[in-house]
Write a protein that binds this ligand. Structure first.
Ligand code: KG4
Ligand code: ZN
Length: 343
């Protein structure tokens, strides 16, 4: 405790960011340190899991120290350690988990394992003190595209209900692949976002896969393949095309599907609060579209700042806080799980 507030140290290493953060009473971010490995993986065009794990191992000690120092918090003032337990690259998750367990054991502190997607959802709480469940969350990241009904944060059964999920490729994966095909580099999402601003979103009519069975699940692999085929065919025929138009048209197709399924979920649940979270939530066009849609529906939209959309540990500390306050604890045999289901 510090100044009467509950202090949580959060640790996140599920992909290519080594991150540690300190929060007070869940939502007040005292520090948020992120060491990105982008430069390391860019030469390979994507994250190499073994290299990510090795870099987490060398970085984690210093990042945790920096998070505590920046927050002005001593280890004695920490109430609990919250750590991502999955899903993610298992070798990467293991490093953060091992660091968290070692500290919890050495300092006699409670350990709370956090689901990475729940962390993304809780990122929206950090800058919006008024936001409380129930609400609908659209989580769009490199590994997930999910619509989730959130009715509580303490980790009780029934707190989260998944209305729709990724059937194949997540939206972020599609962005990264399209960026590669267009020769933009890695990570692709922000580069497609930027290029799309110069393109015509109606230049190419890519199919919107709505999975007509009425399901709220998502499928982006068909769209990804359509973009690959489109560019390959034109390249082979020697026909010039504008990459910006392809980027804008692809992005429009993704956003049309995300917005429509979100609209259907809002109608279905009757919720008047919507959270947009995950790495792809930093996409400028998606933010704009959901803002317009929400306004039209009388729904209040909550989107984290871009730094809290992509992977960070403040969101993990925040999610961990609510589970800690509800009395949930993990033992030191807590294991990492690459495919951990949300519920
Ligand atoms: O949530 P996140 O940091 O990691 C996962 O949990 O997967 O999301 C990373 C994903 C990547 O696919 C990246 O390309 C995408 O988020 N992304 C974006 C943007 N910024 C990051 N996609 C579209 N537009 C952006 N501005
Ligand atoms: Zn993530």
């Amino acid at each position: 405790m510090k100044n009467g507030k509950t202090i949580i140290l959060g640790i996140e290493t599920s992909c290519d960011e080594t991150a540690a953060a300190v929060t007070a009473d869940g939502r007040e971010v005292l520090s948020n340190i992120i060491a990105s490995q982008i430069d390391v993986h860019a030469v390979f065009g994507g994250v190499v899991p073994e290299i990510a794990a090795r870099h987490h191992l060398t970085a984690i000690g210093g990042i945790v120290d920096e998070a505590l120092r920046k927050a002005g918090v001593s280890t004695k003032e920490v109430d609990a350690i919250a750590v991502t337990k999955g899903p993610g690259l298992v070798g990467a998750v293991l490093i953060g988990l091992a660091a968290a367990k070692a500290m919890a054991y050495a300092m006699g502190l409670p350990l709370v394992g956090v689901h990475h997607i729940k962390g993304h959802i809780c990122a929206a709480l950090l800058e919006h003190p008024e936001l409380e469940p129930p609400f609908l969350a659209l989580v769009v990241s490199g590994g997930h595209t999910s619509l989730i009904e959130v009715s509580g944060l303490g980790g009780a059964d029934g707190d989260m209900k998944v209305l729709g999920r990724t059937r194949d490729d997540a939206a972020g994966e599609a962005y990264d692949k399209v960026a590669r095909v267009l020769g933009l580099g890695y990570p692709g999402g922000p580069l497609v976002d930027k290029l799309a601003k110069e393109g015509d979103p109606n230049a190419v009519r890519f199919k919107r896969t709505m999975l007509e069975d009425g399901s709220l699940d998502f499928s982006f692999s068909g769209l990804k393949t359509a973009v690959i085929n489109y560019t390959h065919t034109l390249k082979q025929a020697g026909t010039p095309f504008r990459s910006a138009d392809v980027a804008a048209s692809f992005q429009q197709a993704v956003i049309d599907v995300l917005a429509e399924k979100t609209r259907q979920s809002l109608v279905l649940t009757g919720y008047t609060r919507l959270v947009l979270a995950g790495g792809v939530a930093s996409n400028s066009a998606l933010r704009q579209r959901l803002r317009e849609m929400s306004e039209g529906m009388g729904v209040k939209l909550f989107i984290p700042s871009p730094v809290f959309c992509t992977d960070n540990a403040a969101m993990i500390a925040c999610a961990g806080y609510y589970e800690y306050m509800a009395g949930r604890r993990d033992a030191l045999d807590l294991d990492a799980c690459a495919t951990l289901p949300l519920v």
